[in-house]
Design a binder for this molecule. Structure first.
Ligand code: HEM
Length: 368
């Protein structure tokens, strides 16, 4: 077995950076080696892989599972993992193997190409309305006016919850990230409304579940979808304005590669003594993938992960991010950043989340 170097840096430290700089010291991690030991935010040590081939090994590894029940006893669950264990709340991001596959199949109609196509026209209309309401002709901050409400509205439509729940889920998402336990209740109320009174898609999901709580599944989709797409959208719109010649889809792919909103994916834990990339991994060791580093080895975008847990919302996320760029450019062809692109401030909280812009001040010049 090969020895594993220590990173010598804290890749999970909070950081303030420019929109073209990486949100974590990925270059230092990659330079340290293909499998690197780091101090885990939840205590103890963890391993991070920094190459695309090892990312795939981790994603498909039979001895590495998502269930936080396998985390080391010293693991501080409030810092390290937001999720309950699979026994407490079985979900896509805690189950593995056949139970996970069955749950993916149950979710499939919600994310089917047909469902996403049905949402597409509404997605463009939503971003158009939000931009129109933001205050054309003035300097407006697109973070509170567009990047926060837009993905949340799309998610409500996806799960079939009433749009009147928008403020509730926006506040609940911010509350959960700030560690407010009351935020769970608000999110669950919206998920419950989707399952009980929505347009049917969440209720249909409920009918396909074998023991898992439908409200918890819908909550997970709402939370994960907002947590990822919202921060990325700010960076995508900033890049779209700074690089007007770059096609909308290319803006999205470029920013996904540079600023994946889950830059280390989600935690996995070794269920027995095993190995990754020829490096010994003791039972209970937490393992992450450094997506920004691994991305250097391949043209394929790794921001959505891979293997059985590859992001189920990737198609929707790409569609809505590109739609936001297209509508902004079509409706406001002379829109410009109100500050230099380099003066924009991106901020990353301590932990494994990605970066988000503090503000995105833009002058929305109406067409014509
Ligand atoms: C740009 C936006 C997004 C990015 C970069 C992203 C990234 C990811 C990644 C990296 C994973 C895999 C985690 C792992 O196991 O290591 C994941 C899983 C997941 N994502 Fe996304 N995501 C995005 C948007 C969304 C949206 C919009 C939704 C829902 C509407 C969503 C729902 C999920 C769910 C439910 C899982 C768990 C899948 C499973 O474990 O089987 N994501 N996402």
């Amino acid at each position: 077995m090969t020895a594993c170097p220590h990173a010598g840096i804290d890749p999970f430290a909070a950081r303030v950076h420019g929109p073209d700089e990486p949100g974590a010291p990925h270059a230092a991690l990659r330079a340290a080696g293909p499998v690197v030991e780091v101090a885990a935010p939840a205590g103890g040590h963890a391993l991070v892989v920094t190459r695309a081939d090892l990312a795939r090994e981790v994603w498909n590894h039979p001895d590495l599972v998502k269930d936080p029940a396998w985390a080391p006893a010293s693991w501080d669950r409030t810092t390290g993992v937001v999720e309950p264990t699979a026994a407490e709340a079985p979900s896509l991001s805690t189950l593995d193997g056949p139970a996970h596959l069955a749950l993916r199949r149950a979710h499939a109609p919600m994310f089917a190409p047909r469902r996403i196509r049905e949402l597409a026209a509404g997605i463009e209309a939503t971003v158009r309305e939000l931009l129109a309401g933001a205050g054309p002709g003035e300097v407006v901050d697109l973070v509170p006016t567009v990047t926060v409400p837009f993905p949340a509205t799309v998610l409500l439509d996806l799960v079939g919850a009433p749009r009147s729940c928008l403020a509730t889920i926006v506040e609940a998402c911010a509350g959960m990230q700030a560690g407010d336990p009351a935020a769970f209740g608000s999110f669950f109320a919206v998920a419950g409304a989707a399952v009980g009174e929505g347009d049917g898609i969440a209720a249909e999901l409920a009918g396909r579940l074998d023991g898992a709580d439908p409200v918890y599944q819908v909550f997970s989709v709402l939370f994960v979808g907002q947590l990822t797409t919202q921060p990325l959208l700010g960076l995508v719109l900033a890049r779209a304005l700074a690089a007007p010649g770059l096609a909308a889809d290319d803006v999205v792919e470029q920013v996904l590669r540079e600023h994946p909103p889950a830059p280390f994916g989600l935690w996995r834990f070794a269920v027995r003594d095993t190995s990754v990339g020829g490096v010994a991994v003791a039972a209970g060791t937490p393992v992450l993938v450094d997506l920004v580093s691994a991305q250097q080895d391949t043209e394929v975008t790794l921001a959505f992960g891979g293997g059985p847990h590859v992001c189920i919302g990737a198609h929707l996320a790409r569609l809505e991010l590109a739609a936001a760029v297209r509508v902004l450019r079509a409706e406001y062809p002379d829109a410009r950043l109100a500050v230099d692109h380099d003066a924009l401030v991106a901020r990353r909280r301590a932990g494994t989340d990605g970066s988000r812009l503090d503000e995105l001040p833009v002058v929305l010049v109406p067409a014509g």
